[in-house]
Design a protein around this ligand. Structure first.
Ligand code: MG
Length: 394
């Protein structure tokens, strides 16, 4: 799926189930000191591939919702008021997204707050080859049908799966399917994949996660509490990588830095577009991942990389991070040269890196320095760049 694909997440939080919490609906029960819903929202707002997050809530819960998101720091879009059933709430959410329709929508239950970035990434990736994607776990227990306190039959569990969320769909298709279901008076679907199936949309199976269970009872909540404490103790892993690159000036009338063309008295010489800044950033991310360097993945000897736009190198490094279930948390770049002047372009450079890497601009730093006319950069023989990448891995 191209990085430009717009992915919206729709979190369904309109249910009235209160078995897990003493007061009010379970999605507002505290988990690790914050409302369950805040954790669920954060899993999606933190994901680099998700462009926006909308939450479907019950009209009565507005104050609770506002309190829940106040703790987040990041604001999802305005809440959407749901309907009488889960199905009606999802449809209300899909209708609301029509104002700014995404390419892809992930529909997720608020009561699955332990969903992780890796699972969200797998669902998005599956939509490359399928119109719909459903995370599942195989059924491990033997299944029985019972009646009046007795076993009636044993159901073969081969090929049976437990369905989870987020379920991923092409936005237009799932909107049409929901509208068709409403028109047909069908209100008995228990998940969105079932509506897609009913409409003949092929739904691909994706590996779910045992951690991503639905919190329904007080026991589930206690279990989630424990596993969060365990995770906090174990922690995720923060890795830092560094990158450095140099390209020499040659004849020409401009240089490419951070993916942008800057007019100059010279060009930078290189096999690709010689974007020294993006090369240093790419190597920094690869360094944090322990995955070699740019030349290993894109050998300069191969003619197909001749004149290549270096954006693809940086994108590839970000993809590798997502593949491991990780995120690029921060990129810090220093460009070293006497000319051209970098400061007038600093904001444009940040925005460009943000858009190439799919990271918030606030997590990108661009600095510049000269070397006081000393050394090769001081003599105006070329441009050097150094970069640091901070990567979070599970
Ligand atoms: Mg280079």
């Amino acid at each position: 799926m191209a990085l430009s694909t717009r992915v919206s997440a729709l979190i369904v939080a309109a249910g009235r189930g209160s078995r897990a919490g003493e007061n009010g609906p379970k999605q507002y029960a505290l988990l690790g000191g914050q409302p369950m819903l805040s954790r669920t929202i954060r899993a999606f707002t933190d994901h680099p591939r998700v462009s926006d997050v909308r939450v479907v809530i019950h009209a009565d819960d507005l104050p609770k919702y506002e309190a829940a998101i106040a703790s987040l720091g990041i604001c999802p879009g305005a809440p959407i008021i749901g309907g009488a059933t889960r199905q009606a709430s999802v449809r209300a959410g899909l209708d609301a997204l029509a104002q700014e329709p995404p390419d892809v929508v992930l529909i997720h239950d608020a009561a699955r707050p332990l969903v992780d970035g890796g699972l969200i990434g797998r669902v998005i990736a599956a939509l490359d080859r399928a119109d719909a994607a459903l995370p599942v776990l195989p059924v491990a227990d033997t299944l029985k049908r019972g009646a009046n306190g007795n076993v009636v039959e044993t159901i073969p569990r081969d090929g049976l799966y437990r369905a989870q969320t987020p379920q991923g769909f092409r936005y237009g298709e799932i909107l049409d399917a929901h509208q068709a279901a409403a028109k047909a008076g069908r209100s008995d679907f228990t998940d969105d994949a079932a509506i897609a199936e009913w409409q003949g949309i092929q739904v691909a199976l994706v590996d779910g996660s045992e951690h991503n269970y639905k919190i329904t009872t007080a026991e589930d909540l206690a279990l989630a509490q424990e596993s969060l404490m365990r995770d906090d103790a174990r922690g995720f892993c923060i890795r830092v990588g560094s990158g450095f690159d140099v390209h020499a000036f040659g004849p020409g009338d401009g240089v490419t830095l951070c993916g942008l063309r800057i007019p100059h008295t010279h060009a930078l010489i290189g096999h690709s577009d010689a974007d020294v800044a993006l090369h240093a950033l790419t190597d920094a991310i690869l360094g944090a991942l322990g995955e070699g360097d740019i030349g290993m993945h894109f050998p300069p000897a191969e003619p197909r990389w001749a004149g290549a736009a270096s954006e693809m190198f940086l994108r590839d490094a970000v993809f590798r991070t997502h593949d491991k279930g990780g995120t690029v948390e921060h990129l810090d770049l220093t460009i070293i040269c006497e000319t051209p002047k970098i400061s007038p372009h600093r904001n444009a450079f940040r925005a460009s890196i943000a858009s190439i890497a799919g990271i918030d601009e606030a997590r990108i730093s661009v600095k510049a320095t000269t070397t006081e006319r000393l050394g090769f950069t001081g003599r105006g023989e070329g441009i050097a760049a150094m970069a640091t990448a901070t990567v979070r891995l599970p």
